[in-house]
Design a protein around this ligand. Structure first.
Ligand code: SUG
Length: 415
């Protein structure tokens, strides 16, 4: 049976704060700080366990090879390069699997298979190196050609950030959906990472029905306020869209187009007078996982920062007291990822599929979570300072930690 599976990125042993992402104010604000990879990965694992305990399907992807030898070779690294360029080779940014790919589930596509296109992430050098290794992993996890088609990234001329700029609305996960691609227009203070042509190209490749596909422009003011991805200001699940009033360039036309394509749509709009774009960016209210619990109720899995934020917290209380479609708010602590601009929703890629068609090595259960935890707790570095990046000791530590994880998960073909 088709169901939503959330694939979280296991946070890699080289997690650090090098401040590499222009326009991502959390990344810039924490540049140079000491990071705690072990705590980070345990926080990510705790979120996966939290969602598993809710009765949701949970999968994971393993960290990509870091420092990336292919990237170090490509930049002719010899110790004289810009330290930020060197740090890029060490970035653990593949943890944010919402940027791994765009996913169109089988009911939406002409050939009745689930299509995944790896995101090229070309706007940021430290992220642009991810996709060949991501595609390799996707081709193992979703290897069954009767059910899945995995595509390489779109040409680098068109920036593509994957599921972070894509939403899907439908009556229930297994039914045909409305796919909404959200792109940015360049010219603002910060990069508009998602290019419209990339979105259109992905939709054509996936064989989507134009009558059930929308292309919507992000509000340039949201990007300027630090919402470098659409998922910092909006999230959708089944018939519900939860969005900031200023998420889209033309909100009224966007809501009308959604309602025309999906009459049962319910749109929950958070007004700017209650929660400003700045509050949304600082609290990551919308970078939440909006999920349907096995009983049919919808829950919003928010970062603790959102629940504790004075205006956002009281808005959430008001929402729960009203009779809206979102019935529960569940905070999770992913602070180490948050400090690099990655909330609960950044850490997961949603795939609607029958779990029986996925390579079981990528699916989580309680016993496997325990095994992953033991590897992280014993081998992930406790802390990293950006100046440690490049040290031979740290290099052998992060490489052997990742290899031990792959061995534990019987995924050594990804070494
Ligand atoms: O691409 N941060 C990531 C955060 C990605 C969040 N994902 C979603 N919103 N879906 C980024 O900006 C910081 C890395 C550093 O600065 O070292 C970073 O890459």
């Amino acid at each position: 049976m088709l169901n939503e599976i959330n694939f979280d990125g296991i946070i890699g042993p080289s997690h650090n704060y090098a401040g590499l992402s222009l326009g991502n104010l959390a990344s810039a604000g924490h540049a140079g700080e000491t990071s705690y990879p072990r705590a980070a990965a345990l926080q990510g694992l705790a979120k996966m366990r939290h969602n598993l305990a809710l009765g949701l399907n949970q999968g994971f992807f393993v960290p990509l090879p870091r420092p990336n030898p292919v990237f170090l070779h490509a930049i002719a690294a010899d110790g004289r390069e810009d330290p930020r360029l060197h740090a890029a080779a060490w970035s653990a940014s593949s943890m944010w699997t919402a940027n791994a790919a765009t996913v169109s589930p089988a009911p939406d596509t002409t050939d009745g298979r689930c299509h995944l296109t790896a995101a090229n992430l070309v706007t940021m050098p430290h992220r642009a190196q991810e996709w060949p290794d991501t595609a390799r992993q996707l081709r193992i996890a979703f290897a069954d050609p009767a059910h899945f088609a995995v595509h390489d990234a779109v040409p680098p001329s068109f920036g593509d950030e994957g599921a972070a700029n894509h939403m899907r609305m439908c009556a229930i996960h297994g039914a045909a959906g409305l796919e909404i691609f959200v792109y940015g227009t360049p010219g603002g203070a910060f990069p508009a990472r998602q290019n419209e042509q990339a979105s259109r190209l992905v939709a054509r490749r996936h064989g989507l029905d134009p009558a059930r596909t929308l292309f919507v422009e992000q509000n340039p003011a949201a990007i300027a306020a630090g919402a470098f991805h659409n998922d910092v200001v909006a999230v959708a699940n089944e018939r519900v869209l939860f969005a900031h009033e200023q998420a889209f360039a033309d909100p009224a036309a966007t809501y009308a187009a959604i309602r025309a394509a999906l009459p049962e749509a319910e749109i929950v709009i958070v007004p700017a007078e209650a929660v400003s774009l700045e509050d949304a960016r600082a609290s990551y209210l919308f970078n939440a996982q909006l999920v349907t619990l096995p009983g049919g109720e919808m829950a919003l899995v928010v970062p603790t920062e959102a629940a504790q934020h004075p205006r956002v917290g009281s808005w959430l209380e008001g929402m729960l007291a009203s009779n809206g479609p979102i019935r529960r708010v569940l905070p999770v602590d992913v602070r180490q990822s948050m400090a690099n601009g990655g909330g609960p929703a950044c850490l997961r890629l949603r795939v609607v599929a029958d779990p029986a068609t996925v390579d079981p090595r990528f699916l989580l259960n309680a016993a496997k979570a325990g095994r992953i935890e033991r590897v992280i707790a014993s081998l992930w570095p406790e802390s990293i300072q950006p100046r440690d990046l490049g040290s031979a000791d740290l290099m052998s530590c992060v490489i052997s930690a990742r290899t031990a994880l792959l061995q534990e998960l019987e995924l050594l073909e990804l070494v």
